[in-house]
Design a protein around this ligand. Sequence first.
Ligand code: AMP
Ligand code: GLY
Length: 417
Amino acid sequence: MKVLVIGGGAREHALCRSLSLDPDVSALYCAPGNAGISEVAELRPVDALDGDAVTALATELGADLVVVGPEAPLVAGVADAVRAAGIPVFGPSGEAAQLEGSKAFAKDVMAAAGVPTARSYVCTTPEEVDEALDAFGAPYVVKDDGLAAGKGVVVTEDRAAARAHALGCDRVVIEEYLDGPEVSLFAITDGVTVVPLQPAQDFKRALDGDEGPNTGGMGAYSPLPWADPKLVDEVMELVLQPTVDELRHRGTPFSGLLYAGLAITGRGTRVIEFNARFGDPETQVVLARLRTPLAGVLLNAANGTLDVQPPLRWSEDAAVTVVIASHNYPETPRTGDVIEGLAEVAAEDAPEAYVLHAGTRREGDSVVSAGGRVLSVTATGSDLAQAREKAYKAVARIRLDGSQHRTDIAAKAAARP
Ligand code: AMP
Ligand code: GLY
């Protein structure tokens, strides 16, 4: 099977790594990719947001499967263009991807499907904003309606800051604050059948102790030793299957990866957000534990034949990933800094620990930073404590001027007796 992956972050590196280990994959391409992905896949340049260009590339390569990684091309309808050319594609239509592209749309789907989520108001005027802020009180949760790479959400005790963020958005969702640990649960679906993956936890804030601004995600781990063993079944029944059914009944079936961001509150599990694609950095730890070859699962989803998919197999190992970000991320990250130590990790720590690249590119003989999140250092171990130790040992070998990373990824979960 020839597979073309669209995107160029650590999630796509994780996808390409898994696909490169799949004996059914005879050729693997990534467009546009990054410096790390070039070690496991052949890179091709493409404008990932241009459906015609992606389709032309897939046709030229004779791809049997196209996997669209990031949300922006999905929302732009890139999967529709590829599908229209008769090429199997893993990723939802532009309409179905509105589940991620518009918070208001997601709330409407959840209301119709009876999916538990925070109570919310959609506001477009200052008067509506004030009413909604006062109705819920602090802490305030204010979400830009559109795509914002994980940075459109402000959670604050400060009413003035909440109001200012709201007034800076065209359309804003203001909602009830949800207390409790967060869990990311992914499911692969063909629009009818839903196959859950293993839960993971992401660390959204920039700084240790969950301080600082929201980011795209600074690290993740899986499994979650503290979570109720029935969590996956519960979320399947209350969230994932009803959402997939609702979208199918609306005539906009969702096929691809449905990402449920959940809060485990004292009053039960609630959806914080949906995404229409693999999460980053959770994918790095979830795929590190998946034993079933990936390509066939994604192809079954693309072809509408997930009902014949045998149950997924998982490793007993734990996985941890630590994101190394540029100086000044998530504000205006500095790029172009040389990254050193990659070869040492490959020589000393592989295969238990390895570096997945996010924003990197090659410059002569060097690899340099090219984005906010630069690397996602991933490790597996017999438990979280061991995986964590290996991940941080590898992190310590990497040198990138001005870079930052959290030192407490999976720390609490690993310290559990
Ligand atoms: P989102 O982009 O919707 O995932 O929001 C980013 C982050 O903001 C989430 O991971 C949560 O940490 C936080 N957040 C979003 N909505 C809520 C909420 N209703 N209550 C508490 N925290 C929230
Ligand atoms: N890890 C958060 C996201 O992928 O949106």
